[in-house]
Design a protein around this ligand. Sequence first.
Ligand code: PGA
Length: 255
Amino acid sequence: MRNRLVAGNWKMNKTPAQTDVFINRFLELVDSNHAAEILLLPPFTSLDWAGKLLAAVGISLGAQDLYFEPGGPFTGEISTEMLLACHCSYVLVGHSERRTILNENETLVNRKVLAATASGIRPILCVGETLTEHQQRKARERICFQLEHGLAGMDQQDAASVVIAYEPLWAIGTGETASAQAAQETINMIRKWLAVAYDDSLSRRIRILYGGSVNPENTAALLDQPDIDGVLVGGASLSPETFAQIANCAGQSAT
Ligand code: PGA
């Protein structure tokens, strides 16, 4: 049985003081016995503070990126050891904004995925097609390419700890969501890919999220789909009110 996961990716938003305000308000609004796992992904500078606030309340914490080296002359980078010290149990890898704006390639994404799992942090590997690939019906090709390279060299046991996030680029921050049916079809295709690359049991166990303009109105329909195990929320995770609505909705559909 796959536990639902609702992740809030704050991107480059919120100072530690704003993080504090958000978390305190969010805790007032979220169902105390929510059935879904809730995960916050604040910027690096808020991780330490968020980790202290969240440790006791059963909400998971993750980072938006990492570097694959354990330490040394890598100016500006953050290691898995640093993330673990802030109580991170997840890390986003290969978000489309890092792939497109910061030119992260498949090799770098793969090294980060491997470094995360080696340290015991669960990577959330982001995959998804561009608008042009979508229009040219090349989504499947793009996503399989990203899976093949992103998970290269990963054995069965480590792969079981990975979460996949399907985020079509044309749906990120645009207000356009893939229909629940279309998201289900693509995520089912990802599950089939995993069954061939690994086996049926791993494919059934691995959690796959949908991301791209998720909001309180479209969450229930997305989570009603048999292969969608949760949502990766950007803009709508910045408000404690909307993110609590999404988390509470996911908690209900999980029961
Ligand atoms: P969005 O972002 O919800 O604002 O579309 C999702 C993401 O980039 O993870």
